[in-house]
Design a protein around this ligand. Structure first.
Ligand code: PBG
Length: 325
């Protein structure tokens, strides 16, 4: 069909037409909200590069979880900043570690929301890398055991799902085996499968106090230039038992999200990361962008690319604005 027989504007004339032919939806059901747990009580410390996001002590984490639960958000994703960091990330798998305490706090006071935990070591190591250091390098296989033990400690504390983000080869298999052996065969794994070495994690590293003390993460996170490799990474995770696969970051990697959606039939998550949040917030504060519209347009773009769920710092704001329309 060609113009003038076909006039696409006919179905754009008013909002009812537009609603009727809309191809993609964004719902509160799609949103996962990240939270940063810190030691202490009554701590609510703003993260300067992420307006509206705070480091929260467990009492505040519980309150914040109750608030987002009331907005209809189905899940939170927990990160922790421990009292002390050391070479071997002891704080990551401690039974009374910060994330483990936060899980128990939430489960006690707000049981009806999913608690997903990020399983990584960079917040817990004194060197800020995501694994064990051997001869100045991040050692893959020595890290697997530590990651598995961390995941099991989260499950023991009551986590509903674990999300390994260290980008070690074999980490999904190691976690699955560790969880199954410990009797947690019902706990799913959300795999950060295609996680890129991205500058868009900058604000997060302020929030999680996890910037590497030497070098960078390019030896384990993916090169932004690659997408065939993302497919290989995801295939490995699927074979090792991932229940949900993830592409991270989201906005600069919409093509990768689309490929992942087409090539795999597992639920697909995308992580709308800290830098993506910060850019919109900064432009909105300057009066250069309409912050709410930029947020909703970005989130619908991530859904249109193929993500079933979106991890985003915008989750509560997006839930509010969806409820208002
Ligand atoms: C842990 C981890 C990071 C993020 C999620 N998990 C940081 C990193 O890899 O350096 C980034 C999240 C964000 O930027 O919002 N490894």
């Amino acid at each position: 069909m060609n113009y003038p027989d076909y006039r696409p504007r006919r179905l754009r004339q008013n909002d009812n037409f537009r609603r009727m032919i809309r191809e993609t939806t964004l719902s509160v059901d799609n949103l996962i909200y990240p939270l940063f747990a810190v030691p202490g009580t009554k701590v609510k410390k703003p993260i300067v590069s992420m307006p509206g996001i705070f480091q929260l002590s467990v009492d505040h984490i519980v309150k914040e979880t109750q608030r987002v639960k009331a907005l209809g958000i189905p899940a939170v994703l927990l990160f922790g900043i421990p009292e002390r960091k050391d070479e071997i990330a002891s704080g990551a798998m401690a039974a009374d570690g910060i994330v483990q305490r936060a899980i128990r706090g939430i489960k006690e006071k707000a049981p009806d929301i999913l608690v997903i935990t990020d399983v990584c070591l960079c917040e817990y190591t004194s060197h800020g890398h995501c694994g064990m250091i051997e001869r100045g390098e991040v050692a893959n296989d020595a890290t697997l055991e530590v990651l598995a033990e961390t995941a099991v400690s989260h499950a023991k504390a009551g986590a509903d799902m674990v999300a390994p983000s260290a980008m070690m080869d074999g980490q999904i298999g190691a976690l699955r085996e560790g969880l199954d052996e410990a009797g947690f065969d019902t706990v799913p794994i959300m795999a950060y499968s295609a996680k890129y070495a991205s500058c868009f994690y900058g604000p997060f590293r302020d929030a999680a106090e996890s910037a590497p003390a030497f070098g960078d993460r390019k030896g384990y996170q993916m090169d932004p230039a690659n997408s065939d490799e993302a497919i290989r990474e995801i295939s490995l995770d699927v074979a090792e038992g991932a229940d949900i696969i993830m592409v991270k970051p989201a906005l600069a990697y919409l093509d990768v999200i689309r490929r992942a959606k087409e090539e795999f039939d597992l639920p697909l998550a995308a992580y709308n990361v800290s830098g993506e949040f910060a850019m919109i917030k900064a432009a909105a504060q300057m009066g250069w962008l309409d912050g709410e519209r930029a947020m909703l347009e970005s989130l619908i773009a991530i859904r249109r690319a193929g993500a079933d769920m979106i991890i985003t710092y915008f989750a509560p704001e997006a839930a509010q604005s969806l409820a208002a329309t």
